[in-house]
Design a protein around this ligand. Sequence first.
Ligand code: ADP
Ligand code: ZN
Length: 742
Amino acid sequence: MPAARVLIDGPSELVFDYAIPEGLPVVAGCRVRIPLRNKTSQGTVLDIVETPGDLGFSLRPLHSLTEPEPLITPKLLEAGRWIASYYGCSIESVIRALLPEAVRTEDNSAKIRKTVLLEKDPDPELLAKITKRAPKQAAILALLSHSAERKIALADLGEGASASVKSLAKQGLVLVHDEEVRRDPEADGIEEIVADSPLPLNDEQHGALEVILSSLHLPDSEPRPPILLHGVTGSGKTEVYLQAARRTLDLGKTVLVLVPEISLTPQTVRRFRARFADMQDQVAVLHSNLSQGERFDEWHRIRKGKARIVIGARSAVFAPLPDLGLILVDEEHENSYKQDQVPRYHGRDVAVLRASLEGCTIVLGSATPSLESFQNTLEGKYQIVRLLKRADGQSLPLIRVLDMRLESKKHKGGMAILSDRLRVALEQRIAKNEQSILFLNRRGFARSLQCPACGYVCMCAHCSVPLTYHKEDERLMCHICGHQAVVPRKCPDCRDPAIHLQGFGTQKVEEVLAKVLPSAKIARIDADAMRKKNALRDLLNAFQARKIDVLVGTQMIAKGLHFPNVTLVGILNADIGLHVPDFRAGERTFQLLTQVAGRAGRGELEGEVIVQTFTPHSPSVQFARHHDFDGFAEQELEFRRQFEYPPFAHCAMLTSRSTHERRAEFTLQTLHRRLTEDCPPGIIIGDPLPSPLVKTHGQFRFQLMLRSMKARPLTRHVQGVLQKTTLPEDVTVVFDMDAWNF
Ligand code: ADP
Ligand code: ZN
């Protein structure tokens, strides 16, 4: 007898089997009402299972379906199972991601509006009569006949219109009905959208589009290897996306566009709505900042095939699009694709999986592809296409590298924030009424020890990562192998005693700038300044409108923005991100420099980039300076191979956290011992160590890095140990597969 295996809503992750009432079309992915003890609950059908006839008791039947059709498609359900087993999280947490709260709760529903529709125009005789006897009714008729689609919301007809409308309805002139209104998340704040049309593609773009189209046109049964679109900043990737999307829609299929950050959705939505102006309401938006109502509407519009283009951040990878034809992952290298809460999936990787399950085409686009994706092209698993020229014919900006060790000497032991060279360049732009962006790399701030005189950074002798400075006990520590060292009194390299912690924030930079450039209008963008809703959007609009001369910001301004009047980009502390204990430090620095440099000279005017650095000869700086992705990748991949880091191994992090330092530490030590005891071959287990930020929010953290060629055995091993271990109540343990922060 077939039965429905149901995951009951709620935190306890109960799974029970229920008999299926005769004739009820229950399949996996359906939402159902079920009896649980003496109450009615809801749940999601995970599977239809065959139960043996001789169970000895009969299963309780489920009550009913909440919706006639399954809310989760079989393929998404399959993706969900994969996520649970790969990342080692519960299927319930994945279902929660697949079926947002807004869609599950029964009290949420479509927003209904009473709408008055003009049924037929009154003949002149009747109209004259109405005008004379009931001027109010006549006014309504006039309004209706001049409105778009001959309909108006009842509420918009003003107070006391109901009686007039009723009487018009009685005469058969108008019809009142309930209409679903869409709560459009991008409706406000967006200026009028101006329709645009496809640009004639240049040869490189044309070649890229051809590759995508031939994948799109493959027969259904053919495998479609993912396509890595490596296009330098400004090479016109978006134009390729737009044209590929159009061709996909022409085939009757749907399109999913992922962007790395919510703040980047409006500009992408705008470009798609402008291009698909003929079908604007087919462009839907999904991200975690939507209101429940908006999410409900967008989700159902997508599921019913009313919105055939979906644009969104990470979680949109689960958009319930039917007939998916194309997935576009923009800025695929961004670490914001990795979710830092359960389920800790990587949006890009799930997109690749989904594409293979759905048999659709997937394009990963970036000016600085991740080494994971790039290595896949070298191994022939992915195809690669390249756009090496800027679409507007401009050359890539000239990048000047300034050695800040020389600047520091001028400032006598103090920290130079702004070099003379950069200051002069800024003054020139202000005089010419051109704009500048100053970029501050804040990652890793004050975590490593660097000599301001020579740029020397204290490194681990064994792991080639910087040692982390622990203030509490004045020591240096390697976060990979545990190696410890004392803080040197003098720089081991140049003997200068000034070696000390350093760093400065955007606020400090703003202060210095205000002093040296008194006439300039300066604005600051960083997470602190952008807490307020829409603050970022308003500021970017002001910058676009050239009301600001110099924009100072952190990572946030490195991404995807397009300002034609920016001719100067300054990078204040290019290498600070290099000195963090993370094997991806070099890759991130290269990406940041390349992306930030790409903000310069995107219009008619040529761009210049000035990079201030203490380590002018570091490969990340030098390869970025020469716009040499391949050179960088070759060298960096060699390092990763040698030290067995991704993409040559999977790297996971096990973290313990508690307000009790000793208990957090002891728990991780216990887990470490058990993990090592019967460890399957091929898994490398690091030592339990205090996290670089040992204490945050009153909690102590300890961490342990695990590496393995294959992901599954590692996840299984850790899960097995976790299941056998009773954790103290006040200790939280987190397992993060393919972790992005170390
Ligand atoms: P990317 O996303 O690769 O950084 P964009 O898509 O933002 O680049 O394109 C950069 C600029 O070049 C945009 O202003 C775009 O309108 C323009 N552009 C793109 N393709 C073409 C083309 N074929 N001809 C002329 N201009 C183009
Ligand atoms: Zn080490």
